[in-house]
Design a binder for this molecule. Structure first.
Ligand SMILES: [Zn+2]
Length: 249
C-alpha cells in the first residue's frame, strides 16, 4: 500500500538494514524495515530523511507491527528547517512528541494536517519557531481530549473576563484568584496569554500574529505544557526550545 508521511527517527537493524519510525496519514505512527538501507548509495539515501514529506510503498510482514518499505520518494523538503538551528530545535520538538506520545498504528488525519501546517510555519514563518512548537503542543493536547477550560473558573464557574488566572493541570482549567489556595502546581497565566491560547484552540486557521504578546505567551505556557505532558502522558519533554534556553539572549 501507499502511505504519505514523515520520518521521526531511524535506527540500525543488524548489519545492513534499518528501521524507520514514520508518522503517516494513513496509519499513524508505524515502524518499517528498509532492507539494505545502511549501504552507501542505497536507494534510500536522501529520501527517507527527517523534515521531508515522503510517499512510500509499504508491505505487511509476518510481524504485523513491522512493515517493509519497498520504495519511497520525497514530495516536499522543509529546506529552512534543516538549515537553521532554531527552526530545527522546534521541529525536533514536534517529532519527539509524535514519536513518544502517539499510539502505534492509529491514524489521525487531523493530527497529520496539524503536523504539516506547523512544520510549514516553522519552515517559512518569520516568527519565533518556538511559538509554532507551542501551537502544536496546545493543539496536540486538545486533539487528545485535554482541551483546557479557559473562559470560566472551573471551581466556582465565575466568568474570567479578561483577567489573569491560575491554571491547574490536574483540573484542566483556570481557577480564579479567590478560589485558588496555595497549591504548588498552580501556573499563573496573564489575560492576553489566555486569550491567545483560546484563539489558537478555537480557530481552524492560525491566528494573525501581529501585535500579539508572543514572547510572554511562550514563557507563560512553558510550565503548562511541560506539566501537561508529565501529567497526561507520563513523560517529560527532552527537546524543543532547549537550544534557546542554553544561550544568553
Ligand atoms: Zn472561582
Amino acid at each position: 500500500m501507499e502511505i504519505n508521511g514523515l520520518l521521526l527517527r531511524k535506527y540500525p537493524l543488524g548489519e545492513i538494514d534499518r528501521i524507520f519510525v514514520l508518522y503517516t496519514l494513513e496509519k499513524g505512527r508505524i515502524r518499517a524495515v528498509g532492507s539494505g538501507a545502511q549501504k552507501m548509495k542505497s536507494r534510500w539515501t536522501g529520501v527517507v530523511e527527517p523534515f521531508q514529506l515522503i510517499r512510500a510503498d509499504i508491505q505487511t510482514r509476518k510481524d504485523p507491527s513491522l512493515f517493509r518499505i519497498d520504495g519511497a520518494e520525497c514530495n516536499r523538503r522543509f529546506q529552512k528547517i534543516v538549515a537553521d538551528l532554531e527552526r530545527l530545535d522546534a521541529a525536533y520538538g514536534v517529532l519527539e512528541i509524535l514519536d513518544r506520545f502517539t499510539p502505534e498504528g492509529d491514524a489521525n488525519p487531523q493530527l497529520y494536517r496539524l503536523i504539516v501546517d506547523v512544520l510549514d510555519r516553522i519552515d517559512t514563518g518569520l516568527f519565533d519557531s518556538r511559538f509554532w512548537l507551542r501551537v502544536f503542543q496546545l493543539r496536540f493536547f486538545a486533539l487528545a481530549g485535554y482541551e483546557p477550560t479557559l473562559d470560566r473558573c472551573i471551581r466556582c464557574g465565575k466568568r474570567r473576563g479578561t483577567r489573569s488566572a491560575y491554571f491547574t493541570v490536574p483540573e484542566g482549567g483556570v481557577v480564579c484568584k479567590s478560589c485558588c489556595g496555595a497549591e504548588s502546581e498552580r501556573i499563573l497565566l496573564s489575560g492576553p496569554t489566555i486569550e491567545l491560547i483560546r484563539k489558537i484552540l478555537g480557530e481552524e486557521t492560525f491566528p494573525d500574529l501581529r501585535d500579539l504578546p508572543i514572547r510572554k505567551f511562550i514563557e507563560e505556557t512553558g510550565p503548562m505544557v511541560s506539566t501537561g505532558f508529565e501529567y497526561y502522558f507520563e513523560g517529560s519533554l527532552r527537546s524543543g526550545g532547549i537550544l534557546r534556553e542554553m544561550r544568553p539572549d
